[in-house]
Structures are given as C-alpha cells and as structure tokens.
Write a protein that binds this ligand. Structure first.
Ligand SMILES: Cc1cc2nc3c(=O)[nH]c(=O)nc-3n(C[C@H](O)[C@H](O)[C@H](O)COP(=O)(O)OP(=O)(O)OC[C@H]3O[C@@H](n4cnc5c(N)ncnc54)[C@H](O)[C@@H]3O)c2cc1C
Length: 446
C-alpha cells in the first residue's frame, strides 16, 4: 500500500484551516506552517487576564454565514457563541444617531438623510433581497455574473443623492471594512443589502481561534514557522521555512495550499514556472490591494457611551476615526475586585492608519486618543489606552471586475500549488473558509 499523499498548508488563518479539515478527512498527511504563535490569522483574538472575558478583538460571526453555521453545529461550539447587539450609530461630525438593520422601521426615524433618500435606500435594499439566492456575499462564482465593472458608489447613485449615499450606505460598508466605496465592486454592496436586514451577530467567547483549532485536528502544526520559499523538485514541492530559532528547514510534499494574504502568496511562488502558476493567477495575486487596519482598544467607564454599539462615521471624507465598537467587560483592579468597564475598539480612517503603521504604540495612542471625540462627541477624556494590534494586510479590496477574475482563477486551481484566502471574495471569515474548501477540493479532485 502506498503512503498517504502529503500536503503543506502555508498560513493557519481561517482559509488554511478550512483546507486542512477537508484534506485530513480525505486521508492526506497535512502539515500547517504558520508564522504566528497560534492559529486563526486575522481572526485570532488577543487575551489579557485583567479583563473578563479575557478576549480582545473578537470577530463577528453573522447569522447568514452558512459554512460557519454548519461547522459550529458539527463541533458542538454553540455554547461558545455570545450574541452581541447590532446597534449601529452613524456619526455626523461627532453627533451620532441610531440606524440599526434589525428593523426596516428604523430607517423612517433616521434624521441624517432626506425622506426621498431613505425611500431610495429601502427600495435598493428590497431589490437586492429579491435576488438573495444568487447575490452571494462569500462566493466569487456566484458574485461574478453580477460584477459589471461598476462600484458601490455607481450603484448607490442610481437610488439616492450623494448626501443620502454618504449617510446611508457608505457608512455601513466603510464602517465595517474601511475601504472606499468608489474602489469596490457594486456586488459587495448589493450582497450586503440583500443579506444584512434582520441578521444577528455573535462572537466566540474564547475567540474565533477555537474554530480554527478544531478545523485542524489531525494535521501537524508547525507554529512560529515562516515559509520563505517554494521550489519545484523531482519529487514534489520543497517548502523552505524559518523555524522559531531562525534556522532554515526544508520539507518536500506532494502539493501545497498557499493560504497567506495575496502579496505574500505572490512572493512565495514568484519563481515557480508558468505551468504551475499561470499568468492570470499571477496577475490576480500581484494586483490585489489591501487597506491596512490598526485596532486601538481603550477601557472607559460605562455610561458615557452605548454598550454593544457599532459607531461609524458618515460623510464622504476619509475621517480621522472611521468606527468604534463597544463591548461590556469586567476589569480587575489592584485588589482583584471586578468592576464594570467598556472595552472600546477604535479604528482610524485610511490616511491616519497608513501614517501610524509601524509606529511605537505610545505614539499611535497619542495621535488617536484626542481624535476620538470626532466620532462620538462626549467620548470620555479619562479613557485608558489598553491594547493595540496592527494588520498590515487588513482588508483585501474587491475592486470592480475582481469577482470575475477571481471566478476564473478559482476554476483554474490545480495541483501541485493552489491558493486560498479571503481575497478570493471579500474580507469575511466565511469567504476565507469557503476559499479553503475550494482549494482543498481542487487538490482532491484533480
Ligand atoms: C480589523 C478587522 C476586523 C474584522 N472583523 C471581521 C468580523 O467581525 N467578521 C468577519 O467575518 N471577518 C472580519 N474580518 C475579516 C477576517 O479577519 C478575514 O477575512 C479572515 O480572517 C481572513 O482569513 P485568511 O485565512 O484569508 O487570511 P489570514 O487570517 O490573514 O491568514 C493568513 C495566515 O498566513 C500566515 N502567514 C503569512 N505569511 C506566512 C508565511 N510566509 N509563512 C507561514 N505563514 C504565513 C499569517 O500569519 C496568517 O495566520 C476582519 C478583519 C480585520 C482586519
């Protein structure tokens, strides 16, 4: 009997972990190379023992994520899920007013857009809801036929005035993803409108990495291993990695899933021949652009801000602070007593994020803290800077036309090197999971 085929997965984010599950279940010998100290990638939360629950940035799982819903049920992770409020506030220069998606009636009370624009927005939403079955937010194969080269801004202007767009649809997209609606395919906005209404949001009590860990059961984990090169050899693909102590190691496998952000995938596969990584795939990887993200966490006294709220900037300008999310937490004082606080995540706008990337945390907080009032006028002045996390490859931008090239690249995936990542669709963990399943299947069915 021949030995099992060996697959290396480069990157232990949600895409790589989903690929691992499929491959292990099909009898492959799977090794995951992950440069970080744990699994989950951008979906990995941080932990600090002085707060309860101890988790920081905790990614939202939304009720319309079909694959994740199935996985949560299968692994018995339902008791990990904590429902969070979907209260959305739109800020007009510091004055924030509610606009939540849980009831269409909320739109009638919303004061920042004219009645005509509110009706146009509601109509645009209903039109997309009718196409729900085909307008998928996660699958490029379904999204591609709708990707006519127009942007979300082009689409919105058919239904509402520029002001209406800036205070209705734009904040709901840019507040979550921080890219410009002018730079993004209309499909992304349309699918969001089709699916957002009535949806519920949950987080994993111990962070989304609990799911990543279950997905990779049966695979070998090489954490702290940064892959530096992939080479084709007579026996397969050689994966060269740097170990945690800095030594290079080489492993030969039959095939590889590259599940890193696109620019890293392009670099790692740069020397592979054109019959392994074709021209269209190479261009797809090399042209993917990203918005970086820096997440600033503060502890504030409860009362000054709504708890469980998503506060986003309205308007067309790139604001100093793009959005805030507020979570209730308990914090241990010097005597070990627990007191109520809000853990507030603040995300600067695009220009400020780029300027602060790589700076020392004190310098980053010194720049951001005085600006918090531009989003919420009464933001408490005595807030306590708590934690900061940078994601240089934060949000892949699904540019107009990109879903079409993604669909072509997806259909062309074949051994020995395949690719996975949220950049095949748009930045959601569900899209990342689906891309991982697709990449694994391309190896298994070849
Ligand atoms: C601030 C922020 C908030 C978000 N909020 C949400 C949310 O609430 N809900 C939601 O669904 N989505 C959210 N997203 C999007 C979500 O995080 C991503 O879409 C998803 O996690 C991407 O998964 P991935 O596997 O494609 O990529 P990644 O998570 O980036 O995984 C790639 C992995 O590859 C590893 N790697 C890179 N280079 C190498 C190398 N050379 N060798 C070995 N390993 C390497 C990285 O360390 C990483 O672990 C958010 C994103 C950001 C930035």
């Amino acid at each position: 009997m021949g030995s099992a085929a060996r697959t290396a997965i480069i990157g232990g984010g949600m895409a790589g972990c989903a690929a691992a599950r499929e491959l292990v279940r099909s009898g492959r010998e799977v090794t995951i190379f992950e440069t970080g100290e744990g699994l989950g990638g951008r979906a990995r939360s941080w932990h600090r023992p002085e707060i309860e629950p101890t988790v920081g940035i905790n990614l939202m799982y939304v009720s319309f994520y079909p694959l994740m819903t199935r996985l949560v049920e299968e692994y018995g992770l339902k008791d990990q899920l904590v429902r969070i409020s979907s209260d959305v506030y739109i800020s007009d220069g510091g004055n924030a007013v509610p606009l939540s998606s849980d009831s269409p009636l909320n739109i009638l009370k919303y004061p920042l857009a004219s009645l005509r624009d509110r009706l146009g927005f509601a109509f645009a939403g209903l039109q997309q809801v009718r196409r729900r079955d085909r307008l998928d937010l996660f699958d490029p194969l379904k999204a591609a036929p709708f990707d006519d080269g127009s942007s979300i801004a082009d689409f919105a202007h058919r239904y509402m005035s520029p002001r209406g767009f800036d205070f209705l649809l734009r904040p709901q997209v840019e507040g979550f993803w921080n890219f410009r609606c002018e730079d993004v395919s209309s499909v992304h906005g349309r699918a969001l409108l089709a699916w957002l209404g009535g949806s519920t949001f949950q987080v994993f009590r111990d962070g989304m990495q609990v799911l990543a860990e279950r997905l990779t059961e049966g695979a070998e984990h090489r954490l702290g291993h940064e892959v530096t090169d992939l080479q084709l050899t007579g026996e397969g693909v050689r994966v060269i990695a740097r170990t945690p102590s800095g030594d290079p190691v080489g492993t030969v496998v039959d095939d590889v899933v590259v599940a890193t952000p696109a620019p890293i995938a392009a670099k790692l596969t740069a020397t592979l021949p054109g019959d392994v990584v074709g021209g269209e795939t190479r261009t797809f990887l090399e042209t993917q652009e990203y918005e970086p993200a820096i997440s600033f966490a503060y502890l504030v006294e409860p009362g000054g801000l709504p708890a469980g709220a998503h506060i986003v900037a309205g308007g067309s300008a790139d604001p100093p602070i793009r959005n805030m999310i507020t979570y209730p937490r308990k914090v241990r004082d010097g005597d070990g007593r627990l007191t109520d606080r809000l853990l507030v995540f603040a995300y600067p706008g695009r220009a400020l994020t780029r300027r602060l990337l790589g700076a020392a945390p004190q310098e980053q907080f010194a720049a951001v803290t005085p600006l918090l009032k531009t989003l919420w006028r009464d933001f408490p002045a005595d807030c306590e800077p708590f934690h900061v996390v940078e994601r240089p490859f934060g949000f892949p931008i699904p540019a107009p036309g990109r879903y079409r090239s993604s669909a072509r690249v997806t259909r062309g995936l074949r051994p020995p090197v395949v690719f996975a990542g949220d950049y095949f669709n748009s930045p959601t963990t569900e899209a990342a999971l689906l891309s991982g399943v697709r990449a694994a299947n391309a190896l298994l069915t070849a």
